[in-house]
Design a binder for this molecule. Sequence first.
Ligand SMILES: Nc1ncnc2c1ncn2[C@@H]1O[C@H](COP(=O)(O)OP(=O)(O)OP(=O)(O)O)[C@@H](O)[C@H]1O
Ligand SMILES: [Mg+2]
Length: 264
Amino acid sequence: MLNVQNVSKTFYPGTVNEKKALDQVSLTLQDGDFVSIIGSNGAGKSTLLGAIAGSFLADSGRILLDGEDITLMPEYRRANHIGRLFQDPMKGTAPSMTIEENLALAYMRSSRHGFSLGVKKADRLYFRERLAQLGLGLEDRLTTKMGLLSGGQRQAVTLLMATIVTPKLLLLDEHTAALDPATAQKVLDITQEIVRENRITTMMITHNMKSSLQLGNRTLMMNNGSIILDIQGAERESMTVEKLLELFSEKSKEQLDNDRMLLS
Ligand SMILES: Nc1ncnc2c1ncn2[C@@H]1O[C@H](COP(=O)(O)OP(=O)(O)OP(=O)(O)O)[C@@H](O)[C@H]1O
Ligand SMILES: [Mg+2]
């Protein structure tokens, strides 16, 4: 369903700051794949998601989504099919707008639900139902401003916004990294539930090696702009964090350089 073919991206080409962030990356995802991505700082993980979401155009290579060539498609158009979350809970929502207004904006993205001023009654009922599924009591706070929510509550609502119109692809860039451990776990649980229920093909960057093996069905490891490990099935089931670290140094000839990953 997602086909990344030989995608490269160099930042600041021809300058002293030149950085090859993606080096001929190829990757094929099947429908419903839930892929965890780990790797050193600066490995190119966020850049890979950015290339897929269209934050910038790749220097070379092609990207296909459900058979459609989106290589040159602008980001705002890809956003109709691709949901994205970042580490920062402040990103992706309008803090001065209420929960229901934020959800209505996200819901409007789909042409099936036209723009209207104010929130329609039927939509409100639907939002209430979806919010109740988060198990955070937010269904009774539809008119609370987003800016008043805690980081975890906000990430949960942002996740709902990204999936309220089921996207073809969901991109999560360390979306729980800024939360305390208990809240992070809660948001991860919600993530799994939403992804499973709607069978959304998902790519999730995480610095937690353990959850990279536990969540989803496939683990990718990146280093220096390349995917150096791609495991699934039986190989993944028997994989341990220790073995993952070993494989990393074996494949990259380096030690893993990501403080957060090693400490978590
Ligand atoms: N917009 C940009 N402009 C210039 N250089 C960039 C830009 N985005 C990323 N880079 C560089 O590209 C390389 C890959 O960065 P990227 O953010 O993809 O790493 P990452 O794997 O997500 O790392 P981290 O774990 O620290 O988030 C880094 O050297 C980074 O400095
Ligand atoms: Mg990153």
